[in-house]
Every structure is written in structure tokens, then in C-alpha cells.
Design a binder for this molecule. Structure first.
Ligand code: SF4
Length: 378
């Protein structure tokens, strides 16, 4: 399990190594045949801040070679804001007295139809808070069965599950799972996650191993930017992805780097602020480090910034997102998990991308592949 490897990596020493990188290390990393962890640390270090143009060009070249000019679009569907955890930075945390909603099967169906009326999405992400008592595996199974009638590619971003639960959800059409570690700083993790099952660091950090064991087709990962030193956190993330790619090599991987935004929870202030330039640097570094990884930007980011980055390394966008359960059809605006910055409609996002020469992809998976993978024992 990855927790064993992580235990052998010192947070403090990793930080020290990143901050001791020089411009000569950056130049070497940019011309290296293979970008390993040492080179990655150079590319995310402060020493690389003067090399953004060269990094952007290399990132663009590698992205076009692997993905062409495609940009996949997906939309999130929040099923519930019920949660037993107490993440300090989230508006859905258990002590926050807000109306809690768990969409019924009829409401999920109505949300799907409303999304289909917005745009021809085939990629959907089901999101829940973490409440195994009221929205557990059985609830997810029923939700996936409904949603699969409308969408070919169904992913979930829910509480970490056991391997057999991922396997059982695959049987009803699950294609991918996203689970952010938030931070890899074990000694500070519980400051942000003091109660509930999310307080169990190892259970969370080993969730991608359990997804891999269940042969989940696509695994999405990330850290929450704003908790700990982002350069160290993303280096741990890079280590984690390389570890997984070696073990579960038929799985596809994606990353996302959400930056903390204000939430309705008493105003948690980020400890670390990442600028647009730094997010661009990180995006380029990840592409140079891993040519095949899907890099996703959400509507947390501003429209103009997203558009700029769409030609330089990013391969997936969310669009038209509502981050409150029932936000597309069932309820008028209720409390959102976070406020979106890019509030354009999906069709406006698509038009802007086409204007930039990108090929918009609404569908990058066909349900017949599910059957094929079953036949292959995957
Ligand atoms: S981040 Fe997720 S687990 Fe934490 S309080 Fe919010 S909804 Fe619950």
C-alpha cells in the first residue's frame, strides 16, 4: 500500500530538496529525456519561475502529441450535502447548520434530464458528502443505475470505499473514481480533518490502491491547494501516481489542483495562496512529468485563465457546474459547496474552446467498452 512508501518519505527533507533546486537544475530538467521526481521537484521549485515560457512550450508540445487538440467536458452532479465529517475548509461540514438534502431517485432522474437539456454531456461526475449511513454504497448503486441511463461515462467523487465496494459499483456501470488526499502532510492532516471517518489518514491515502485492486478504469487524484506547502504536497502526489502507475498500469489517471475558495463555514482562510502563474507552472510541470495524465480544471478557476490554459496542458474541463444538490432542476439555488468562478453555460465554454482551436469532446467513453472490459476480466 502507498502508506508504506509515504512513511519512508520525509516531508521536511522533501521540502528542503525542492527549495534548494537551482536554475541549472531547471534547465537540466527541461532537457532531460525522462522527467523523474528529482526533475519534477526542480520544475515546481521557485527556481523555475523564470522558465514558464519554456515549460509552457514543452507542455503544449507533449499534450498535443498525446491528446491532440481535444478537450473533454464533464459536469458534476451533487447528490447530497449530508456529511458526518468536519473538514475545516468545507461548507458541508457536519457542524454547519444548513439544510441537508439527499436526492431521491426521482430527483436524480430529473437532474439528469435537466443536464441533458443544457448540453450533450456524456461524462458525468456524481459527488456526495460522506455519510455512509444515509448515502452509502446501496444509495450510490441505485444512483449509478439511474444516471447510466443518460450518460456513458459515470465517475464518482464520494467517501473512500472498500475494494469490493468499488467492484460491486463497477457491475452497475461505474467507470471512474476521484478521491483527493487534500494533503499528504500526515502530521498536520488531522488539524483540517479532526473528526469523522475522514480523520483516518491511512484509509484515505490507500483508497487509490483499493481502486486499482478493483480495476477501476480511471482514478482521479489531487491535493487541496491552500492547506500546506503546495510544492511538497504535489511532489508527494507525483510519487503516489508513479507508484500506482507501476502497479495498476492499465488504469488511467487524472489530476486536479483545486485552490481553496471561500466556503460558508465561518470563513476558513487558506494557509497558502497559489497565484495563477504558480498554478500554470504546476500544470506544465505535471505534463512534463507525466505525458499521459489527464489534467483537469474545474469551474473554480476564472474563465479567462481556463481558456488560456486550455491550449497549454489541460485536457479536461468541467462546465456549467452547480455545486449544490438538486441545483440543476430540483431546488432553486441552495448552499453551494464552493462558489464557482467560471459561470458560463456549457455551450458558451464549448464555443470559447472551439474559438481557440480546441476540439470539444462531450463523449470519450462508450458503454460498449464496459462490456469489453468485463470480457477481458477488467
Ligand atoms: S470536504 Fe467532503 S468530507 Fe469534508 S466536510 Fe466537505 S463534503 Fe464532507
Amino acid at each position: 500500500m502507498f502508506s508504506d512508501l509515504l512513511n519512508s518519505l520525509s516531508w521536511e527533507q522533501t521540502t528542503e530538496r525542492i527549495y534548494s533546486k537551482t536554475e541549472a537544475d531547471v534547465v537540466r530538467a527541461l532537457s532531460a529525456e525522462q522527467c523523474g521526481i528529482e526533475e519534477f521537484m526542480a520544475l515546481v521549485s521557485p527556481a523555475a519561475s523564470g522558465y514558464l515560457e519554456a515549460m509552457a512550450q514543452l507542455s503544449q508540445r507533449l499534450t498535443y502529441a498525446r491528446f491532440g487538440k481535444t478537450m473533454s467536458l464533464f459536469i458534476p452532479l451533487y447528490l447530497t450535502n449530508s456529511c458526518i465529517n468536519s473538514c475545516l475548509y468545507c461548507g458541508f461540514h457536519a457542524e454547519n447548520h444548513i439544510p441537508r438534502t439527499i436526492l431521491t431517485p426521482e430527483q436524480i432522474d430529473a437532474e439528469c434530464r435537466a443536464i441533458k437539456a443544457l448540453a450533450p454531456f456524456e461524462n458525468i461526475l456524481l459527488v456526495t458528502g460522506e455519510n455512509p449511513y444515509r448515502a452509502g454504497v446501496e444509495y450510490l448503486r441505485e444512483a449509478i443505475e439511474i444516471v447510466k441511463r443518460y450518460f456513458d461515462n459515470v465517475k464518482i467523487e464520494v467517501m473512500p470505499l472498500a475494494s469490493e465496494d468499488y467492484s460491486s459499483l463497477k457491475q452497475v456501470g461505474l467507470n471512474g473514481v476521484i478521491c483527493f488526499q487534500e494533503t499528504y502532510n500526515r502530521s498536520r492532516y488531522n488539524i483540517y480533518h479532526p473528526r469523522g471517518m475522514k480523520a483516518n489518514f491511512d484509509w484515505r491515502v490507500n483508497a487509490p490502491d483499493r481502486m486499482g485492486q478493483a480495476a477501476v478504469h480511471s482514478i482521479g487524484m489531487g491535493v487541496l491547494i491552500g492547506l500546506e506547502d503546495w510544492r511538497t504536497d504535489v511532489t508527494m502526489l507525483a510519487q503516489h501516481i508513479k507508484y500506482l502507475e507501476r502497479r495498476y498500469w492499465r488504469t488511467r489517471y487524472s489530476v486536479n489542483f483545486p485552490r481553496l475558495r471561500p466556503a460558508e463555514n465561518g470563513g476558513f482562510q487558506p494557509n497558502v495562496v497559489m497565484s495563477d502563474r504558480e498554478l500554470a507552472q504546476l500544470t506544465f510541470a505535471f505534463r512534463i512529468f507525466d505525458h499521459d495524465i489527464d489534467i483537469s480544471y474545474s469551474t473554480r478557476e476564472q474563465a479567462e485563465f481556463r481558456d488560456n490554459m486550455s491550449t497549454l496542458g489541460v485536457t479536461t474541463f468541467s462546465a456549467g457546474s452547480k455545486t449544490d444538490p438538486g441545483g440543476y432542476a430540483t431546488y432553486p439555488q441552495s448552499l453551494e459547496q464552493f462558489s464557482v468562478s467560471d459561470s458560463r453555460t456549457p455551450m458558451q465554454v464549448a464555443a470559447a474552446l472551439r474559438g481557440l482551436g480546441r476540439e470539444v469532446v462531450w463523449k470519450d467513453w462508450d458503454r460498449s467498452f464496459d462490456l469489453w472490459r468485463d470480457i477481458q476480466g477488467r
